[in-house]
Write a protein that binds this ligand. Structure first.
Ligand code: XBP
Ligand code: MG
Length: 241
């Protein structure tokens, strides 16, 4: 059995319930650009199957407005405005960390485990959320793989492979916390054991191959994560707590 060396965190939906703020920021950017586009909750739930806000916007535009001119420029401008609007929501302290997250980060740090982030979202979004919630000193403890550090976003394994390379750790010595099917797929493809915490955007998904699927991390301590990590075998099975 490989000892647990690093706790890896997905961001959106895992560290905090951020996707509603992303959705609102996208819609506000559309309005500010004078576009009569609106991503409602059912549509956004579907669009979340595409990792990356720019990739999500590009695929939606290509499918719904195939004759749009300057697709790349339109995506770049809208996503930059969306990101500024999203960061304003985060900076206003409107999005708390999910249950158990801050406590577990503290437990992991006290136990000398590495702290890392593997996310599809823009790096500035991570710094704002984690820095605002935990402070700059603790943020500096994290090794962060975010946004465009890799070309292929989740469900591709690239962001996890990039992170493992920076950490100099084997996938089996890490444990990641994710919330979505594409996040689990990315972690699994990179060989990183994964615990899924559900939310309203991802509940009901298919999470075969997750080490565990739980509602949230409330009451789940590092000792329980270590125990789950210790059960890894050749064919990790998904068990619901
Ligand atoms: C979830 C994502 C992100 C956000 C939007 O990231 O797919 O793209 O939805 O953020 P995570 P950006 O891997 O943390 O779950 O617009 O900055 O991409
Ligand atoms: Mg996520």
């Amino acid at each position: 059995m490989t000892a647990l060396r690093c706790l890896i965190w997905d961001v959106d939906g895992t560290l905090a319930d951020t996707e509603e703020a992303h959705r609102q920021a996208f819609n506000a950017a559309f309005v500010a650009a004078g576009l009569a586009w609106h991503w409602d909750v059912p549509l956004y739930r579907e669009l979340l199957k595409i990792g990356g806000g720019k990739e999500r916007l590009r695929q939606w535009l290509a499918a719904t407005h195939p004759t749009i001119g300057d697709l790349d420029g339109t995506v770049k401008r809208l996503h930059a405005d969306k990101t500024a609007r999203y960061q304003a929501i985060v900076d206003a302290g409107a999005i708390p960390l999910r249950l158990g997250v801050a406590r577990l980060i503290g437990e992991a740090r006290a136990a000398g485990l590495g702290l890392a982030v593997a996310t599809t979202t823009t790096r500035g979004n991570v710094d704002g959320l984690l820095g605002g919630a935990l402070g700059a000193d603790l943020l500096a403890q994290f090794t962060i793989a975010a946004g465009d550090c890799v070309a292929a976003k989740k469900p591709a394994p690239d962001v996890y492979r990039w992170l493992l390379d920076r950490l100099g750790l084997a996938a089996s010595s890490c444990l990641t916390i994710e919330d979505s099917e594409i996040g689990l797929a990315s972690a699994r493809a990179a060989g990183v054991p994964c615990v899924v915490t559900l939310n309203d955007w991802t509940r009901g998904g298919a999470f075969e191959g997750a080490l565990r699927v739980v509602e949230n991390l409330d009451g789940i301590g590092l000792d329980r994560l270590r125990a789950w990590h210790g059960t890894i075998c050749a064919t990790p099975t998904c068990r619901r707590e």
